[in-house]
Design a protein around this ligand. Structure first.
Ligand code: IPE
Ligand code: IPE
Ligand code: MG
Length: 224
């Protein structure tokens, strides 16, 4: 029976969720943040899931209208400040992955504060992918390897990535079947699940049913 140690989710469909209700796209991001809490709490209470990696903002999302990007930055800061106690209550360690240097100083400080506050939490690690893109991550990893004069092999490359743990199960909500520059190396042998459900509507029941399907998948890793 498979149980994912590392679950990764591309949280897509917030804008469409809002638009289909005649609301501004940003309302979908607000609702999506509530889904993040529900899913994180579920994973924290799941005895075998160790890491939950959530795609929140890609290196390509800067192309969006300035107002939407600004809203997302404000939402993130507000949400992190508020979420700190929720992480602690659920024994969740928060970690940001991606190139954080492009964010404002106050936002970077808030991210660091929540990371430090939850450093010793052991129930689950939630890594939030912020200004994350796999290609950018790989380039930063190679730079790090060169700076450290690391041997060039698969183990060292994985170790130099923002997240070294391989993804077992990758879910994308919102109906599109693509990776959008997410976890390209870590998901080399991940099982991929695509659901039409828009992220604000994604529920712990649907996650549970995906986990049940995943339990029975035969993962061969190239063997027989
Ligand atoms: C995902 O939802 C959240 C982010 C990329 C920040 P979208 O904003 O991409 O929603 P859709 O795909 O346009 O509906
Ligand atoms: C992927 O969603 C990025 C996140 C969920 C953060 P996008 O909405 O940006 O992806 P594309 O543009 O549809 O590929
Ligand atoms: Mg989208």
């Amino acid at each position: 029976m498979n149980i994912p140690r590392h679950l990764a989710i591309i949280m897509d469909g917030n804008g469409r969720w809002a638009q289909s209700r005649g609301l501004a796209r940003v309302k979908g991001h607000e609702r999506g943040a509530e889904t993040v809490r529900d899913i994180t709490t579920f994973c924290a209470n799941h005895s075998r899931i160790e890491r939950l990696t959530l795609y929140a903002f890609s290196t390509e999302n800067w192309k969006r209208p300035k107002l939407e990007v600004e809203f997302l930055m404000k939402l993130l800061e507000r949400w992190l400040k508020n979420e700190r106690d929720v992480y602690l209550a659920n024994d969740v360690r928060f970690e940001a992955i991606g190139d954080l240097s492009r964010f404002s100083d106050p936002l970077q400080r808030t991210i660091r504060e929540v990371e430090e506050a939850t450093l010793t939490c052991k129930g689950l690690t939630q890594s939030l992918a912020l200004n994350y893109g796999s290609r950018d991550e790989i380039v930063r990893a190679i730079r790090r390897m060169i700076a450290q004069a690391d041997p060039i092999d698969e183990a060292h490359l994985l170790r130099a990535l923002d997240v070294s743990m391989e993804v077992d199960l990758l879910i994308r909500t919102g109906g599109d079947q693509r990776l959008s520059n997410f976890m390209l190396l870590q998901a080399a042998y991940a099982e991929l699940f695509f659901t039409p459900t828009l992220w604000p509507d994604f529920s712990t029941d649907e996650l549970q049913s995906i986990l049940t399907t995943f339990e029975r998948v035969e993962r061969r890793f190239g063997g027989l």
